[in-house]
Design a protein around this ligand. Sequence first.
Ligand code: FES
Length: 57
Amino acid sequence: MIVCVCNNVSDKAIRKAVEQSGVRTYIQLQRVTSAGTCCGKCGSCAKQVLNESVEQY
Ligand code: FES
């Protein structure tokens, strides 16, 4: 599923950023994947996927 349409970032890409790039915060996620850096509409969804990925990791 695509979470950030502007930057074409999927939930899988967010999970990968957590597992392989050590991403733990939304700011880190923005730096690594660019998710949420354009219109910002995906912010709450991206944060939710991020938090779930961190919890499961
Ligand atoms: Fe993610 Fe626009 S949908 S910044």
